[in-house]
Design a protein around this ligand. Structure first.
Ligand SMILES: [Zn+2]
Length: 480
């Protein structure tokens, strides 16, 4: 290293650098963990074609798939994006017909997908070998500023409470009158929610719920709505989805979404306002201290969504509405605790196996099946063996293990929410300070400083999983 440790330390303590000491020290550590700069530069250049190129190939393969489908008597050729929307259809026959076509479409491309996965996986393993990295989770854990211990304890807490979610799946199967419950039925809606909101109603509902938790959050939102920072008009020609974007120099944010009045839209509005508030409280920090990792990026948004979703369940006018809203909440938990867990188990198993050489299509299907069955505790009747083909996340090269940070973020927010309900005194200040530090601390330090909890111990995680389990239990008793 060009700079001696003692000099470096003194440099970080200077008033100019102290505010960005964490990201600077982190970069130094990461660079030290790698090969010498000259070698890393060669790797970077070769990676364009030898690594990221496989991810591009995957995008081409996924982009050219077309699935024949008859809608309203008309023959159509659906892209995978369009086809996947069919899985949200309330009609189980439609979902099952699409599941068959979906599996077939991916099976046809499975050899190309396997080549892409094996080569990008092989590249990663070789690079790790040369850097002297033994643990396959090292890179994603570093990216997410968290320890292996935290990851392990988090999954153990999830596994400890899976029974109630398996029960939920069984109940859902019964309520929907399904003979067999498939992977593709898990996300299907349960019942209808009659209540619709005008945009103005949604804005005041969201603001009101925030006010109960954090007056500053409510005040910020009311201001943003009044200044028309949310583009939510329901009109033709708008793309799907929602996002929040920030303008750090003016300390303003803008939200894009399409508001049609459903409770889902209200959640989305709350979610995006959570992001906006996160950005708002970070104002004034140096740019380098504002960059947060994937696992905490969704903290404020998921937290905001939880506050509003809980209030909606409490305010439900009928039993049916309450069941539908709770069902939606539990469905969300299942995707974080089971679907994402299956991806994590698969990816971990894949890398262990890949060390010994390329893995063929049949073996990949088998490994996927094992991971799904384990993650869902065998709670379904039909699975999705080609999921390793259809899920883009396995092919993202800039971020390996594009899965567990989702579960972390969800549970981290749930844990914060549990604390907010238990000890509301002084919560707002602790919460805002936590958000401000998301770009300049490891998650264990963040939690211990602002929440007084140890993420490497089961307590915090168990409490967070329990919040979701309580929803599932309430659903079970309401539908008994
Ligand atoms: Zn988000």
């Amino acid at each position: 290293m060009a700079v001696e440790d003692a000099d470096w330390q003194r440099l970080l303590e200077t008033p100019e650098l102290a505010p960005v000491a964490f990201p600077l020290a982190e970069r130094r550590t990461m660079a030290r963990d790698k090969m010498p700069a000259v070698q890393e530069k060669i790797v970077n250049d070769l990676a364009v074609d030898g690594y990221h190129g496989w991810s591009n190939l995957y995008d081409l393969v996924a982009g050219r798939i077309s699935i024949p489908w008859v809608r309203d008597g008309k023959e159509e050729a659906l892209s995978v994006g369009q086809a996947s929307n069919v899985f949200a259809d309330p009609d189980p026959a439609l979902r099952s017909a699409m599941a068959k076509k979906w599996e077939e479409a991916w099976a046809k491309e499975a050899e190309l997908c396997a080549a892409a996965l094996n080569h990008l996986g092989g590249f990663r393993l070789n690079l790790y070998k040369h850097r002297g990295w033994k643990n396959i989770h090292k890179e994603p854990l570093d990216f997410n500023r968290m320890s292996a211990e935290t990851l392990k304890v988090m999954w153990e807490a999830v596994e400890g409470k899976k029974d109630v979610f398996v029960e939920f799946l069984k109940r859902k199967k019964k309520l929907q009158g399904l003979k067999e419950m498939s992977w593709f039925d898990v996300g299907a809606p349960l019942g209808k929610v009659a209540k619709t909101y005008s945009f103005a109603e949604a804005c005041s509902f969201v603001t009101e719920q925030f006010a109960g938790i954090s007056p500053r959050m409510a005040e910020f939102c009311a201001g943003a709505f009044q200044k028309r920072w949310v583009e939510a008009e329901d009109r033709p020609g708008k793309r799907d989805g929602a996002f929040c974007t920030s303008f750090p120099l003016s300390n303003e944010t803008r939200v894009f979404m399409t508001f049609a009045g459903s409770p889902g839209n209200v959640s989305t509005l709350a979610h995006e306002m959570g992001h906006a508030f996160h950005q708002h409280v970070m104002a004034g920090l140096p740019f380098m201290a504002q960059i947060y990792a994937m696992n905490v990026a969704e903290t404020a948004s998921t937290f905001a969504e939880m506050v509003v979703a809980d209030a909606a369940v409490k305010k439900a006018a009928t039993r049916e509405e309450k069941i539908a809203l709770l069902g939606g909440k539990v469905r969300g938990s299942i995707s974080f605790f089971m679907d994402i867990h299956a991806r994590f188990l698969f990816e971990t198993a894949f890398y262990e196996r890949r060390r010994r050489g390329p893995v063929g299509v049949d073996e990949l299907n088998g490994m996927m099946l094992d991971a799904q069955k384990e993650a869902f505790r065998n709670g379904l009747d039909r699975w999705h063996p080609h999921f390793w083909c259809s899920k883009l996340h396995f092919y993202i090269t800039r971020m390996p293990f594009y899965n567990f940070p989702y579960t972390f973020g969800y549970l981290f927010s749930a844990g914060i929410y549990a604390l907010a309900r238990e000890t509301p005194d002084g919560f707002e200040e602790r919460y805002i300070n936590l958000l401000r530090d998301t770009g300049r601390m490891r998650v264990e330090d963040l939690a211990s400083r602002h929440l007084g909890v140890d993420l490497t111990k089961p307590g915090f995680w168990e409490q967070a999983v329990e919040m979701a389990a309580a929803d599932a239990r309430e659903f079970l008793s309401l539908t008994d």
